[in-house]
Design a protein around this ligand. Structure first.
Ligand SMILES: Nc1ncnc2c1ncn2[C@@H]1O[C@H](COP(=O)(O)OP(=O)(O)O)[C@@H](O)[C@H]1O
Ligand SMILES: [Mg+2]
Length: 309
């Protein structure tokens, strides 16, 4: 049974999709069979791994409305250990269609078990809301990974997310764990980033990953080439940071699957991410901040009260 990790934060632009794609790719690079499940109607994960609409026969939408089995929506990628269940913009309607269903928060968890067996990990990219799609993800998941952007207001809204997790535990999924809080878009040159990191660590303590994802322009470029950073530029800071995250998660989950075959080349022996050791950041800030249309302008709807129980 694969471990299901939901990447969630109702704020848009905090690095959920970037984390889902690159964590899944890094786990796959470590030869753990991994399924990347895109449940955001914006389908950024889907395009980010190079899937074009005409290659998609069925998406998570058809799975949720019961038209196809989850296994029928699986698409392979150019990485041998990485498969994807794509999303589609018509998923916007699913949230409404699902409202009248019995046990509407459990649709995904009921659809996943059979396909889950084939993987060591299932990584779910959640939409920027606490609506029904995120609730389905949290209900189907073993754990939740919370990306937090190292920026002003980093902690804003997290209380609401934690409250939703609490409600899900009480009513839907008692075993839901917090996989960890991940600091993203960290800028070593900014005092602010360090202050935010301190604050997040004070608040979440041991739940914060040691790995920190630095701001790295390769991470924002790679999706437009339809590739995880590890394929786009394996030596980039971004690719290395996510490889370090995958290793940290593998260390924390010694019981989850074993690599399918082990042969030589370990893609990274570098210093762990987040140590600030090299200070290297090839892209710098210029290419990313401000020039990002899909960033923090996204709507963040908070509908934790939708949980019916
Ligand atoms: N570590 C990073 N360095 C540089 N840009 C990043 C980084 N992480 C994410 N981005 C960029 O920030 C934007 C928002 O990230 P994204 O992963 O789409 O967030 P979310 O899925 O939470 O909305 C995207 O344009 C993405 O390419
Ligand atoms: Mg996203």
């Amino acid at each position: 049974m694969g471990k299901v990790i939901a990447i969630a934060n109702q704020k848009g632009g905090v690095g959920k999709t970037t984390t889902a794609i690159n964590l899944a790719a890094s786990l796959a690079a470590a030869e753990h069979s991994t399924l990347l499940l895109d449940i955001d109607p914006q389908a950024n994960c889907t395009s980010g791994v190079g899937l074009e609409e005409d290659q998609i026969e069925a998406s998570i939408y058809e799975v949720l409305i019961g038209e196809v089995a989850a296994s029928e929506a699986v698409v392979t990628t150019e990485m041998p250990f990485l498969d994807v269940i794509p999303s589609h913009i018509n998923l916007v309607g699913a949230e409404i269609e699902m409202i009248d269903e019995m046990k509407r928060e459990k649709i995904l968890s009921n659809a996943l078990p059979r396909v889950r067996r084939k993987y060591d990990f299932v990584v779910i990219d959640c939409p920027p809301s606490l609506g029904l799609l995120t609730l389905n993800s949290l209900t189907a998941a073993n754990s939740v990974l919370i990306p937090v952007q190292a920026e002003y207001f980093a902690l804003e809204g997290l209380g609401q997310l934690l409250n939703t997790i609490k409600i899900v535990r009480q009513h839907l999924n008692p075993d839901l764990e917090i996989e960890g809080v991940l600091l993203t878009m960290f800028d070593t040159r900014l005092n602010l980033s360090n202050q935010v990191a301190q604050e997040v660590r004070r608040y979440f303590g041991e739940n914060v990953f040691e790995t920190i994802v630095k701001r790295n322009v390769r991470l924002s470029e790679a999706p437009s080439f339809g590739e995880p950073a590890i394929l786009y530029e394996a030596s980039s800071t971004g690719a290395k940071n996510y490889m370090a995250l995958a290793r940290e998660i593998l260390d924390n989950n010694p019981d989850v699957g074993s690599p399918h075959h082990t042969n030589g080349a370990d893609p990274g022996d570098e210093a762990p991410a987040g140590t600030g050791e090299t200070g290297e950041d090839p892209g710098g800030v210029s290419g990313t901040i401000g020039g990002d249309p899909s960033g923090p302008t996204e709507e963040s709807t908070a509908t934790a009260d939708e949980v019916s129980g």
